[in-house]
Design a protein around this ligand. Structure first.
Ligand SMILES: Cc1cc2nc3c(=O)[nH]c(=O)nc-3n(C[C@H](O)[C@H](O)[C@H](O)COP(=O)(O)OP(=O)(O)OC[C@H]3O[C@@H](n4cnc5c(N)ncnc54)[C@H](O)[C@@H]3O)c2cc1C
Length: 405
């Protein structure tokens, strides 16, 4: 991918808009809501997201006929780079904007476009992704949540898990088994289910960071209109895979700019501490810098392709890089990195008061702990290796063990 002079004009426009608008009430939002900090200033970030939407800075890649900006991939990369460079707060709309929206545009009906796309664009409805279950993560085809038609409504029963941001979502796209007795990828449907109903229970899961980015979600006869199925009933696997392809491809946009800032901050810490003159740490920091150059080069070289193998290579490259930098940060900080801030009374509180974190991590500790998740979500390392082994190297496909239901 090469940036043209027009792209650079677009970059100047984005940069100027962010500089002019991340001011006043929004100035304090810089850096808010990143990994492990998703609870921070949600209402204010929502307001910021609506401000972005009003100025046409949401849904950039959607075609104009669907309310998007029809931005090229280069422009999307530029937007995300500038967004991260400005330290703008984490967006609350990513699942709807970047996963469901493009899926609906590709596979939805006109009625679904009219009903669901505008509220995503205007940031009036937030979404979550209901794929994983206790028995279906890497092995997603093992989905057991079931749904059946009752008159003009689907009735959905089952449990999802690790559902990011379900606690603030208005809707969930749910992969459910709609053909009784079907096995594996057959007989699944892609349903759009409203979260704000009594038959949906969301239970936050506390993560290593002490916060709850993801949740368990229980559907206990939850209802949604019969028309809220994307694609034909029974065709859910194909649609779900399409969403995953979008997830793997787009996820990298802009990420590496945030990474660059993290690494620059870490180098700054090293410069002012003994770590800066430790030959082993200097070597590791230099390697991290080289690694990030490789991630960026590979991302720019492959982002416009739709090759599964390239997406897997990129996922492995960036997630391992980020996880390793989290570990390196702990080494650079040395022994103090092992201490969390004391709560009131001199000790970290064991049982936090409602709405409070159980312990107060600094940014480096949060990076170290949350980056453990990078090599899991969006397809774990082992699964990416398997894709590469099968598709790039032509090794035989591994079938699931025969005792699987
Ligand atoms: C921060 C975070 C956010 C997430 N958000 C969402 C979300 O919003 N919605 C959603 O639906 N899901 C979400 N997930 C779930 C994520 O997609 C799954 O965690 C992931 O697919 C792995 O599934 P699992 O956790 O069930 O682990 P398992 O599939 O049980 O895997 C356990 C271990 O076994 C390995 N393994 C499994 N199968 C194989 C195999 N065939 N060969 C070799 N090794 C194997 C895995 O690599 C892993 O190390 C999120 C996860 C995280 C960490």
């Amino acid at each position: 991918m090469r940036f043209t002079p027009q792209d650079e004009e677009f970059r100047a426009e984005v940069r100027a808009w962010l500089a002019a608008n991340l001011t006043g009430e929004f100035a304090a939002l810089r850096g808010a809501g990143g990994p492990g900090r998703e609870h921070e200033r949600h209402a204010e970030r929502l307001a910021w997201n609506r401000h972005l939407a009003a100025a046409g800075w949401t849904c950039l890649g959607w075609p104009a006929e669907f309310g998007g900006r029809g931005a090229t991939l280069a422009e999307q990369v530029i937007f995300h780079e500038e967004y991260a460079r400005a330290g703008a707060p984490a967006r609350v709309t990513i699942v709807g904007e970047e996963l469901l929206g493009p899926t609906l545009i590709a596979f939805g009906t006109k009625e679904q476009h009219a009903r669901f796309l505008p509220p995503i664009k205007q940031v009036t409805e937030l979404w979550c992704q209901g794929y994983s279950e206790p028995g279906a993560g890497s092995d997603l085809a093992n989905v057991a949540t079931r749904a059946s038609l009752d008159g003009n409504q689907w009735v959905v029963t089952g449990q999802k898990v690790w559902t990011s941001l379900a606690h603030v979502a208005d809707w969930c796209f749910v992969l459910a088994r709609t053909e009784p007795g079907s096995r594996r990828s057959a007989g699944l449907s892609y349903l759009l289910v409203p979260m704000r109903q009594s038959r949906v229970t969301v239970r936050p899961i506390r993560q290593l960071t002490g916060t709850s980015e993801f949740n368990e979600v229980f559907f206990d006869g939850a209802r949604t209109d019969a028309a809220n199925v994307v694609g034909a009933p029974g065709d859910g696997w194909r649609i779900a895979k399409a969403t995953l392809a979008i997830e793997r491809g787009a996820a990298m946009l802009g990420l590496q700019v945030g990474f660059r800032r993290e690494l620059a901050d870490l180098v700054e810490v090293a410069r002012h501490t003994a770590a800066g003159s430790d030959p082993l740490l200097r070597d590791k920091l230099a390697r991290a810098w080289i690694g990030l150059e490789a991630v960026r080069a590979y991302a720019l070289d492959t982002l416009d392709g739709d090759d599964d193998t390239e997406a897997s290579v990129l996922k492995i490259l960036w997630s391992r890089w980020h996880r390793n930098v989290g570990e390196l940060a702990m080494e650079v900080l040395g022994a103090p990195s092992m201490i969390v801030s004391a709560g009131p009374g001199g000790r970290p509180p064991q049982t936090p008061p409602a709405g409070h974190e159980p312990y107060d991590l600094d940014d480096w500790q949060r990076l170290f702990l949350f980056s453990r998740a990078d090599t899991i979500y969006g397809g774990s390392d082992e699964i990416q290796h398997d894709i590469i082994a099968t598709r790039a190297l032509g090794l035989p496909r591994q079938e699931p063990p025969p005792d699987r239901p």
